[in-house]
Ligand binder design. Structure first.
Ligand SMILES: [Zn+2]
Length: 382
């Protein structure tokens, strides 16, 4: 497992880095083909062009879906993982290194989530090897770190064809299985005014887009509500071109988090209300996409989590439950109606930083847990 992880970590797969993503996608698909799966590449969709740092639209990555069928009519399990990381290929953080000691290793994507992918691949291969051959599908996307806009349709389509979802995001710091996640959304406000020379025409036709935007930012700043669980973060912002010109364009981007669909609606209404009529001067346009709905704990999720917990305990492991404001593809799968648990990956930390690390022992532990869980789910029947 360590050899596999080292090989995968050495392939740079920042979102949008096509060369690395194609290589890595090819490797994992080849492995699952050897384990009896058929491989399908599903084309991706364009992301909204107003997103901050919008990914290059010319290179929309496909999702790969590997399917292993079985003769039996068992529970249909969907495994899901992302091939991309946040680490650019030119980063100094590019190798897989042990230390101190053999208990931990560092490397880009080692825990988020190449370690999780290694865990899932080995679990499936082990089941194959011992002749337990349940039906499963594995979907690999390449843009999770930028919101899964390209792969959302493929994720939703697969959710509809399966009964249980298992996502291999890193475990929480104490090894917890996340059973409850907030939802997340993106928005952008664009203010349009009228440009003018500050000295000559400030009172004579000049209309500041920056001032119009700033008034809305103050309103946005009042929206967070700890009791209701509503989070609104603003930034980056931009506006104006020189100090002696009344600015005619200003924009702000932001991110919201919410615990329930109801709170998402409250936020959506409040943010939408910041827009003006299109013909107004100044005018303000609101764009938003709340594409990762909240993942509250449901009875079905709780049953699945308890099943995973029992499998862990039978293996002499602990699997406490936790919750987080972070989001992942589990939010999308859950929203599409699939009962999903999503932190079956490795233990570690420093996610999205150059200190990212993995606890080596968690590779084998989590692979055992995954294999036992899948074999039990498959044995349950539908
Ligand atoms: Zn991740």
């Amino acid at each position: 497992m360590v050899e596999d992880l080292e090989r995968y970590v050495h392939i740079p797969t920042k979102t949008g880095y096509v060369t690395g993503l194609e290589t890595f996608r090819g490797l994992v698909c080849e492995r699952l083909a050897s384990a009896g799966a058929t491989v399908e590449l599903v084309p991706g969709q364009l992301a909204p062009d107003w997103l901050y740092g919008s990914p290059a639209q010319g290179e929309v990555p496909p999702s790969a879906v590997c399917r292993r069928t079985s003769g039996r009519d068992g529970v249909r399990v969907l495994l899901s993982g992302h091939l991309d990381t946040v680490h650019p290929p030119e980063s100094a953080f590019r190798s897989f290194d042990f230390g101190p000691g053999d208990e931990r290793a560092t490397g880009p994507g080692c825990v988020d989530m190449k370690g999780g992918l290694v865990i899932a691949l080995h679990a499936l291969e082990a089941l194959e090897e011992i002749g337990v051959a349940p039906a499963w599908s594995f979907i690999f996307n390449s843009d999770e770190e930028t919101g899964s806009y390209h792969s959302e349709e493929a994720l939703r389509a697969e959710a509809g064809k399966h009964d249980i979802g298992l996502v291999f995001e890193p475990a929480m710091p104490g090894g917890e299985l996340v059973v409850e996640r907030m939802g997340s959304g993106q928005f952008m406000l664009e203010a349009r005014g009228r440009s003018a020379h500050v000295g000559r025409d400030f009172f004579n036709g000049g209309v500041s887009a920056v001032t119009a935007l700033a008034e809305r930012l103050v309103a946005l700043g009042r929206m967070p509500d700890a009791a209701a669980g509503r989070i609104v973060n603003i930034g980056p912002i931009e506006g104006g071109s020189a100090t002696n010109v009344v600015p005619d364009l200003a924009r702000a981007w932001g991110n919201v988090r919410f615990p329930t669909p109801q709170e998402a609606d409250v936020l959506a209404r409040m943010i939408d209300a910041l827009a003006t009529d299109p013909g107004a001067m100044p005018s303000v346009t609101v764009r938003r996409s709340f594409n990762r709905p909240a993942k509250p704990l449901t009875p079905a999720t709780e049953r699945l989590a308890r099943e995973a917990q029992r499998a862990a305990e039978d293996l002499g492991q602990r699997l406490p439950f936790g919750k987080t404001g972070g989001v992942c593809d589990g939010n999308i799968l859950h929203d599409a109606g699939l009962t999903t648990i999503d932190t079956l990956g490795a233990r570690g930390g420093g996610l999205h930083t150059t200190q990212e690390w993995i606890e080596i022992a968690s590779l084998v532990e989590r692979a055992q847990l995954t294999a036992v869980l899948i074999s039990r789910l498959a044995a349950d029947g539908r």
